[in-house]
Unconditional design. Structure first.
Length: 323
């Protein structure tokens, strides 16, 4: 079976076709703001202007009649962006007379991570722009055992990068600067059980930069502190849930230093650490397509009347009936 997936929860616009084994075709065109952060209406306009051409490119590689399922990111995300994606998915489902599957964006990251690694039932650290969570499956649902109390780590990195005059996306630029950092400056370390907070750290790092500290050292200090927090809560969740597998997913998961720190922690615990290929870390249509296919095979179908977007869609809301 082949599933076509459309992702557009925020700045990333991506369309892909997958089967049960691999990605058949993927086309992406991210929205890059001229200045500042993501502007929801401008991002939605970008998606509206480009989604048609991405779908045409996919259909030049996979014939429309070969598609069995139409999948789309139903949430969470920015409402204006989600509505563009949902509208395109409904049109395709009606035109091709194919079943429609609305999927949870966070769950798509997690299941795509399991798809592209050997992880079976891991604790998952999900780190992206809008979300930072510790997730594990218990019973028929995935549960959030810990999460950010304010902003996601990706948002935090972007805020710091913008303050230092760097354009969006800021995460990769902070990572590059941090490699040249030589001096560590103490920043607020806020962990409460398995929850954590980044806002105070962002403010403190901005003050360091304003006070004349080299931006390489600011980036280095910020990464080391934030990633130590994420490593701590991941280890605590693994101990609490008695699990020897850790899966890292989400756009910030592509950061090599975060992967290194989590890998060291898992090695010390005699646990297995998994991270999917970099292409699957950021928001992409392939993860949406794969989860839609998985859900369809297990009896899920989204009625057109129930395909309204869910900007605050939580992963716990999805009943999971597959292993």
């Amino acid at each position: 079976m082949i599933s076509l997936g459309i992702e557009g929860t925020a700045w990333s616009l991506s369309v892909a076709a997958v089967n049960e084994d691999d990605i058949l075709a993927i086309e992406s065109k991210p929205y890059v703001p001229k200045e500042g952060g993501i502007h929801p209406r401008e991002a939605a306009q970008h998606h509206s202007e480009n989604i048609g051409s991405l779908i045409k490119r996919i259909f030049s590689k996979v014939r429309p009649e070969e598609i069995d399922v139409i999948s789309f990111s139903q949430g969470p995300g920015m409402g204006p962006c989600l509505r563009i994606v949902a509208t395109a998915a409904r049109v395709l489902a009606l035109k091709l007379e194919r079943p429609l599957i609305g999927v949870n964006h966070c769950l798509a990251h997690l299941e795509a991570g399991r798809w592209k690694t050997e992880a079976k039932n891991p604790v998952t650290l999900y780190v992206s722009g809008g979300n930072s969570q510790i997730i594990a499956r218990r019973g028929g649902r995935y549960r959030v055992f810990g999460e950010t109390l304010d902003i996601g780590i990706g948002n935090a990195l972007d805020k710091l990068a913008r303050h230092m005059g760097l354009k969006h996306p800021g995460g990769p630029k902070i990572e590059k600067l941090a490699r040249s950092g030589k001096k560590y400056y103490e920043l607020p370390y806020v962990v409460k059980g398995m929850d954590f907070s980044f806002s105070g750290m962002v403010t403190a790092a901005q003050r360091l930069f304003d006070g004349g500290v080299e931006r390489e050292d600011v980036a280095y200090s910020f990464q080391e502190t934030a990633f130590a927090m994420l490593t701590e809560v991941s280890e605590r969740a693994m101990a609490y849930l008695d699990t020897d597998e850790l899966l890292l997913v989400g756009g910030v998961g592509a950061n090599s230093r975060l992967q290194e720190m989590l890998g060291i922690m898992c090695e010390d615990r005699n646990a297995r650490f998994y991270a999917p290929p970099k292409q699957m870390m950021g928001d992409n249509g392939a993860m949406i397509a794969y989860l839609g296919l998985l859900m369809y095979k297990h009896g899920y179908v989204t009625k057109i009347s129930e395909s309204t977007v869910k900007p605050d869609f939580r992963i716990e809301e999805v009943e999971v009936n597959w292993e």
